[in-house]
Design a protein around this ligand. Sequence first.
Ligand code: SAM
Length: 289
Amino acid sequence: MVVAAEHTLYIVATPIGNRDDVTLRAIETLKRCKRIYAEDTRHSKPLLQHHGISVPLMPLHEHNETIAAEAVADFIESTGSAALISDAGTPLISDPGYRLVRVCQARGIRVSPVPGASALTAAICAAGLPTDRFIFAGFPPAKTNARQKWLATLEASGYTVVLYESPHRITATLQDIQQSFGAGREMTMARELTKRFETIVRASVSDVSELLQRDSQQQRGEFVLILSGKTDEVSAASEMQLNQEKLMSTLLTYLPLKSAAKCASEITGQPRKDLYNFGLLLQKKHKLD
Ligand code: SAM
């Protein structure tokens, strides 16, 4: 089986957690390349050792990619094939490699994928939400204002929306998702996929948020968030939320939170506790504006 043609850049997927989630072709290709470019060589070393791969490792990360790309292409032309791997999953999926691929293509170097694990495909196939059409939006912006604007551009999508998030921002992002997508939007939180504490929860946005508030262990690790697209049903629910927001905002200008929630509950028939929590969120939001 010929797995590594001469003078090719191979884009090789590596595991997202479980070390054995790597294909036979990925291992063979990595063994036969003259050099492996990795985001973090110290991070990739144990995986390569585990699979008996002892090819020289060089760094290629977002900070040196522009400069390194021409040198990588020179190396492939003069010496032979090289592979690009990232810390986890498929390179270029929220990871470096785009510039390198363009440079190699511009110089007529063959670029060939060796597909495998990605948190995106792992999460969406087990999410229980429509997969026929989806938007992969990557990481939300780190700053609250920018994130809220960014989420607002995705909220009306009829397609399932997939996001990546880190443990540092997971609770803030979920709060912002609740604000723009509505508390009742169905979503799946896929956490620590293929690892010991893998958790996949499909519930409303507010229930997922509550789970993380209740159990701080659930705020740890790596996350993929999958949000249901906006269907007619979802539109009706978000109109209800909009009305609820108007009602609570008005009541809160005249009454303290507890009384506003009681009053809104009498008018709408919704549980007082839900309205109280919603009021809390509104108050926080207005403080931020
Ligand atoms: N290239 C990778 C891929 O193919 O999925 C993604 C790299 S991106 C820098 C890292 C993000 O991917 C994490 O912050 C998290 O959102 C997601 N991720 C990676 N591994 C994961 C896992 N085992 N479980 C859940 N999410 C994961």
